[in-house]
Write a protein of this length. Structure first.
Length: 324
């Protein structure tokens, strides 16, 4: 008898009522196909994580679970953010293999079949990687490339052009649980796990319904979280900048003393005020940088839960409906 592995596909949702019907149909066909081909266990699931949606996302998820035992749902008590929703989906489901993918399915779900082949070859992590950024705007494409280069310069290990579309074994997820940090940036945490890994390349498509849940503000916040959570280089740059300004201040003092000794007066009030303004700006910037890191420590030591579950709906091994 073939020992088929149980697959759980984790799909975080935040106000995705427009795209969900299409996502449900596509993912249902995909997983049922894999089950028929004996590539995964018939007990495999598609789990939607409702991340505090304000629309009818949870109602759609609940109705789908009641009609189809292939699906299950978890509703968080409020919006905990995309990264925490991913953790909730993986930690609250028992499986041999986990896949995380966004509800808009811009990341090609067909790659899951190819990912499974790498798992069979002994990989514990398979990254979904964009083969190009042709569908992005010029600004997004340029800023993304600059950001990945910045992370590399700062010593942060991430997979280039890979977001949160990946496959992981239970072994890898168990190791992930040993990372208790609250300031999550899974794109950099998961490479720290190590283990044998592979990459699957795909073309990202445009969203067919609804609007993106990652506007510029959230993208900037996530980008900064990635830098500040995995690199202390910005703090070192503040130190270096401080030393340079001290040296510059010493040079300016020498120039003032020389001017006073030569002419008996010190001219240049405008230049003095300008220099003072620049120095004050640098000081405030440096304090702000240090404050950002202190704020992260403040959040970490509180040790608050990464997510809180409000409701769960699904079926057990004998297809009995369970609602909590």
């Amino acid at each position: 008898m073939i020992n088929l592995k149980k697959l759980v596909i984790v799909i975080p949702c935040y106000n995705e009522m427009e795209i969900l019907p299409q996502t449900i149909q596509i993912m249902s066909n995909l997983v049922n196909g894999l089950i028929v081909e004996n590539k995964i266990s018939p007990s495999s699931k598609i789990c939607f994580i409702n991340d505090g949606s304000a629309d009818k996302t949870w109602e759609i998820i609940s109705d789908t679970v009641l009609k189809n035992s292939l699906f299950s749902g978890i509703s968080l008590s409020r919006n905990f953010g995309h990264q925490n929703a991913l953790l909730a989906g993986m930690y609250e489901n028992d499986a041999d293999i986990y896949v995380t993918i966004d509800a808009d399915l811009q990341d090609d779900p067909k790659c899951i079949t190819e990912m499974l082949t790498y798992i069979e070859k002994g990989c514990d992590i398979v990254y979904g990687v964009r083969s190009s950024r042709e569908t992005d705007t010029f600004f997004k494409k340029t800023s993304a490339q600059m950001y990945y280069n910045l992370l590399k310069y700062l010593g942060v290990n991430v997979v280039y052009n890979s977001a949160d579309y990946r496959m992981m074994t239970r072994r890898a997820v168990d190791i992930l649980k040993q990372f208790p940090e609250k300031n999550l940036f899974l794109r950099a945490i998961i490479p720290l796990i190590g283990f044998k890994h592979a990459k699957v390349y795909y073309e990202r498509t445009a969203r067919t319904a609804g609007t993106t849940k990652y506007p510029l503000k959230k993208m900037i916040a996530l980008a900064w979280n990635g830098v500040s959570s995995f690199s202390i280089v910005p703090l070192r740059l503040v130190t270096i900048l401080g030393l340079l300004l001290c040296f510059l201040g010493f040079v300016l003092i020498c120039m003032v003393i020389y001017d006073w000794a030569s002419n008996g007066t010190v001219a240049g009030w405008a230049s003095t005020i300008t220099i003072m303004t620049i120095f004050s700006g640098v000081q405030l910037f440096s304090l702000g940088m240090i404050g950002e890191y202190l704020a992260k420590v403040f959040l970490e030591v509180k040790n608050r839960p990464q997510y809180i579950i409000d409701k769960k709906i699904g079926t057990n091994s004998d297809n009995t409906l369970i609602i909590k």
